[in-house]
Write a protein that binds this ligand. Structure first.
Ligand SMILES: [Zn+2]
Ligand SMILES: [Zn+2]
Length: 188
């Protein structure tokens, strides 16, 4: 009985003087409470945590510049296209083009940075795309604000709806990019 209990205890792989029952749930090495890092899936050793972060964050300095440039240009062009298409109701065009443009940006950035990734790169790309798109719809927003400020009765609601659709376009675009690129990180 005492022998069985003794077998359950092992020594921490970093601290041979410490007996422990804890094990890293990834590599299975025995770890003492000080070496254990709590994750949503259980305790892990510091080495596993480190290598995990390295796998997830592979983006290099230049990737941020390339990613931001691609996202800003395509974001602007997408928003420009969205304004050009008038044969469909604006809210439908906004939905279709923002999602399509967001996916296109993700695919283009992924290819350009050789599939390297990091959560900061995802945020940078989403922000740059949003800025590009904002530039693309800015004139429309300003025109509509101007019309509203003239007090042209009967146009206020239409102008307000146009502004809301423009802003929704940007929000959906950024959301699509965040979902696509972070999904890529978790999917492995
Ligand atoms: Zn481990
Ligand atoms: Zn330890």
């Amino acid at each position: 009985m005492t022998e069985e209990l003794h077998d359950e205890y092992q020594v921490c792989y970093k601290h041979p003087d410490r007996k422990t029952l804890l094990r890293c749930n990834k590599c299975g090495k025995p770890i003492c409470p000080e070496c254990a890092v709590q994750t949503p899936t259980g305790y892990r050793c510091k080495d596993c945590i480190k290598s995990q972060q390295k796998v997830f964050d592979t983006a290099e300095g230049k990737d941020y510049i390339i990613g931001a440039a691609i996202a800003a240009v395509l974001g602007f062009l997408g928003a420009f296209l969205f304004q050009m298409i008038t044969f469909l109701p604006a809210y439908i065009t906004a939905l279709i083009i923002s999602v399509a443009c967001g996916r296109l940006i993700c695919a283009a950035v992924r290819a350009a940075v050789n599939k390297r990734r990091s959560s900061n790169l995802t945020k940078t790309v989403a922000a740059a795309a949003g800025a590009g798109a904002l530039l693309g719809v800015l004139q429309n927003i300003i025109v509509n604000i101007n019309i509203m400020s003239w007090g042209a009765t009967g146009f206020e609601l239409g102008c307000l709806i146009q502004i809301i659709i423009d802003i929704a376009y940007i929000v959906i675009l950024c959301g699509t990019i965040l979902a696509e690129m972070s999904g890529m990180v978790f999917r492995r």
